[in-house]
Every structure is written in structure tokens, then in C-alpha cells.
Ligand binder design. Structure first.
Ligand SMILES: *[C@@H]1O[C@H](CO)[C@@H](O)[C@H](O)[C@H]1NC(C)=O
Ligand SMILES: *[C@@H]1O[C@H](CO)[C@@H](O)[C@H](O)[C@H]1NC(C)=O
Length: 394
């Protein structure tokens, strides 16, 4: 290469190759144009050919107020936090605590529901493979008879008895199969409240639900006595975390891309209707859990990134992102994941997060500690809230 180019430049005026060199020089603007035109044309063609058709999000529903002000914050929650069960807990999405045995239950990406015996020393955590669902266990909650109920993204709503025997409770409602059973909670009367995030996209395709911008999610109730599944609320945007209020009057549920949680009234004058519980959240909500001490804990997979706020407004940007997802891949933009504590009225109380943290999917408080699950980490994160509290003015 170097030889031929030095030869052609040294013999510019005498050699016939000089014409070629001159032509090349003159063609530069054309080459630049061509090199721009080709990828742009391909991009336009791919865009035109691709049948994916995103819809506008109901942006008017989103309160475009100033960012939420949370009275107390710990914006560096990774400082002082510990990793539990490193390498043995792959994508522990939701976390449930059994105060009787002192064990934590969590569902992993390899289908294993694991039992974790935590210790004062993080290094002495004991992890046990308990039951493999053969699917993707997400939401997890303890029942009233020592059973564990699991929202398995691939399988549906599952019950695992104390001896490990697994039973499918439900995987469809109103003739529509669940594609992404996501979260579950059990009321004192035994009724199970759960979400299917999407009847269209599976767990592995969840980002497509965000790109498409149509409400494929449902909040449902399973009655273990009649074995009947009732749809309570339909047309939800990626219906995610579910929690029953301690007075048993409400079910609170999250809609991830809309950055809000709503409440469904289970009794009283407003029975069967839906109101806002908290909106304009400082992140995309995943699971919500009650701590038994007056606070719900809402986990965020990421703060609202600039790219997502723009994409949400313009369907064509989501279409470009979808095409990129198919042919190129997705950039990693998630940051400032964490957990927000809110009171029973939906007022924000304390926000724990970190710029280096992404894809946190659940947070529960056990005694001194906040335990966080994640769909991406290979451990559960633990933070001593007494030692590292959220403070005013942080
Ligand atoms: C857990 O902690 C206790 C002390 O708090 C200790 O006695 C025990 O051996 C620890 N380790 C395991 C694996 O249980
Ligand atoms: C949490 O931190 C407090 C304050 O430093 C300490 O007293 C307590 O023992 C810690 N809790 C645990 C379970 O390590």
C-alpha cells in the first residue's frame, strides 16, 4: 500500500496513472456525499420497510412539572452498601422476607427461586437453590400457609408449596394469555392481586413494549377458592409492581414508562375505581413493597433519562430506537437507579440512589437494612439505613 502510493505521487506528471490520481482527488466531494447518502438511504429504507408502528404516549397524562422534591436523600447509596450472595444470585428481581425462618426468597434469571440466609457478615450469606420454575420468576410473596406465590414472566401465576411442589394458578384472563406476569401481593383474605405487564411482549422483549407505547398491561385478582381470575384494570402501560395497603382498602400498582403508581379501591364508596397514588416519580418504577412501618418502597430501574423523555414524546424516535435495537443494539443509559420511600398517602419521604446504579427492581426493608433486587446484578444489594440514612439537604 505505502509503496504504490509513493510511486504514484513521485511519477505524477509522467505516468498515465496520474490521471487516476487526479480523478481520485476530484472525486472527494462526491465520495463524501456518497458515503453520507448510502447510510442515510439505507436508514430511510429500513425505516420505511420496518412495519413496527409506535403510538404516541398520552403525554398530557404526565405532569410536566419540576422534578419531584424528596425531603431526604442519600444520593450515594453505593457508599457503604454490601453485596449479598455474589455470583450465586443472577438477576434477583424481587425479594420477599420470611420473618419466621429469617430467609429471603428471590427469583433469578436461570429460573431458580433461591433461599438466602443472610448473616451480619455479608460474606457469610448462605444461598440455596430451592425450586426451578423453568421460566423467569419475577414478583415473589409469601402466602398465609407457608407457600410462596410467584409471578413468573413466562409461566404465569405460580404457587410453590412448602415441600417445593409447584402449581400453576392462572395464566390467562378473558381469553387473553399473559405474556409477562410481573408482580404479585396477597391480601389478608387470601386474594391474590397481580399484574401482567404485557399481553403482547415477553420478558425478553420488554423494551419493545416501551418502544411501541401502547397499553398492553392488566391488573388482576386471583381467587384461590373459586380459582377464578378477574381483570380489575386494563389498558395499563407496562403494569408492574403491586402492593396492598396495610388497611386492606387499596391495591397500589405501578406503570413503569408513565413514572406513576395508581390506586385501585377494594372497598368503600369508591370500590372498583382508580385514582392517582403518586406521579412525576424521579425514575421508572418497578416493584413496590410495604415495610410494615408506614412506608412503601418503590424501586427505580433508572432515573428518567433525557433520551427516554424525548423518545416518549416522539413515536418516530422510538421507531428509530427499535430499528437500532434490531440491527445495532441498545446503548446503556440507565443511571441513578434506587429506591423511594413514600408514606401511606403517597407523599415522598426518602430517596436512596446512586449515579453508578442501574436496573434496581425491588427494595424491601428488613430491620436496619434495605435489601435491593436487580434484573442485571448477580447479587442483592444491602444498605444499613441507620448507618447511611437519607438526610435533609443531601
Ligand atoms: C452467621 O452469624 C453468626 C453470628 O451472628 C455466626 O454464629 C454464624 O456462624 C454465621 N455464619 C453462618 C454461615 O451461619
Ligand atoms: C447498622 O448500623 C448501626 C449504626 O452504625 C449499628 O448500630 C447496627 O448494628 C447496624 N446493623 C446491622 C444489622 O449491622
Amino acid at each position: 500500500m505505502a509503496d504504490s502510493s509513493s510511486k504514484s505521487s513521485s511519477s505524477l506528471s509522467t505516468n498515465p496513472s496520474s490521471t487516476i490520481v487526479r480523478t481520485r482527488t476530484n472525486s472527494w466531494p462526491f465520495t463524501i456525499l456518497l458515503s453520507l447518502l448510502v447510510p442515510v438511504t439505507i436508514a430511510v429504507l429500513v425505516y420505511q420497510l420496518d412495519s413496527f408502528d409506535p403510538a404516541p404516549f398520552p403525554i398530557h397524562d404526565l405532569t410536566h412539572q419540576k422534578p419531584m422534591v424528596v425531603p431526604r436523600r442519600n444520593p450515594r447509596m453505593l457508599h457503604g452498601s454490601e453485596e449479598i450472595g455474589v455470583g450465586q444470585l443472577l438477576g434477583p428481581e424481587d425479594v420477599a422476607y420470611d420473618p419466621k425462618s429469617g430467609m429471603i426468597y428471590t427469583g433469578c434469571v436461570d429460573g431458580w427461586v433461591k433461599r438466602v440466609t443472610v448473616n451480619q457478615s455479608a460474606a457469610e450469606t448462605v444461598v440455596e437453590n430451592w425450586v426451578n420454575t423453568g421460566g423467569r420468576p419475577l414478583g415473589i410473596v409469601l402466602g398465609h400457609h407457608d407457600e410462596v406465590v410467584i409471578a413468573d414472566a413466562d409461566k404465569g401465576l405460580l404457587k410453590v408449596a412448602e415441600d417445593g411442589v409447584t402449581e400453576l394458578l392462572t395464566d390467562e384472563a378473558e381469553g387473553l394469555k399473559f405474556r409477562l406476569t410481573d408482580a404479585v401481593d396477597i391480601a389478608n383474605d387470601g386474594m391474590m392481586y397481580f399484574t401482567d405487564a404485557s399481553y403482547k411482549y415477553s420478558f425478553h422483549e420488554f423494551v419493545w413494549d416501551f418502544f411501541e407505547g401502547r397499553p398492553h398491561g392488566r391488573l388482576m385478582r386471583y381467587d384461590p377458592t373459586t380459582q377464578h381470575t378477574t381483570v380489575l384494570v386494563r389498558d395499563l402501560y407496562f403494569a408492574n409492581g403491586v402492593v396492598i395497603s396495610p388497611d386492606q382498602n387499596l391495591v397500589v400498582f405501578c406503570e413503569t414508562p408513565m413514572r406513576r403508581c395508581k390506586k385501585y379501591y377494594l372497598r368503600g364508596e369508591r370500590e372498583g375505581s382508580v385514582d392517582m397514588f403518586i406521579d412525576n416519580l424521579p425514575g421508572l418504577p418497578d416493584n413496590i413493597r410495604y415495610d410494615g412501618e408506614g412506608h412503601y418502597w418503590i424501586a427505580f430501574s433508572t432515573e428518567e433519562t433525557y433520551i427516554w423523555s424525548v423518545a416518549q414524546r416522539y413515536p418516530f424516535i422510538r421507531k428509530v430506537m427499535a430499528i437500532m435495537e434490531k440491527y445495532v443494539g441498545r446503548p446503556h443509559v440507565e443511571k441513578n437507579a434506587g429506591v423511594l420511600a413514600v408514606d401511606l398517602q403517597g407523599n415522598p419521604i426518602a430517596h436512596y440512589f446512586d449515579p453508578r446504579l442501574s436496573l434496581i427492581s425491588s427494595g424491601i426493608k428488613i430491620k436496619d437494612h434495605l435489601y435491593c433486587g436487580s434484573i442485571a446484578n448477580s447479587y442483592i444489594l444491602r444498605l444499613n439505613l441507620t448507618r447511611h440514612p437519607a438526610v435533609v439537604g443531601a
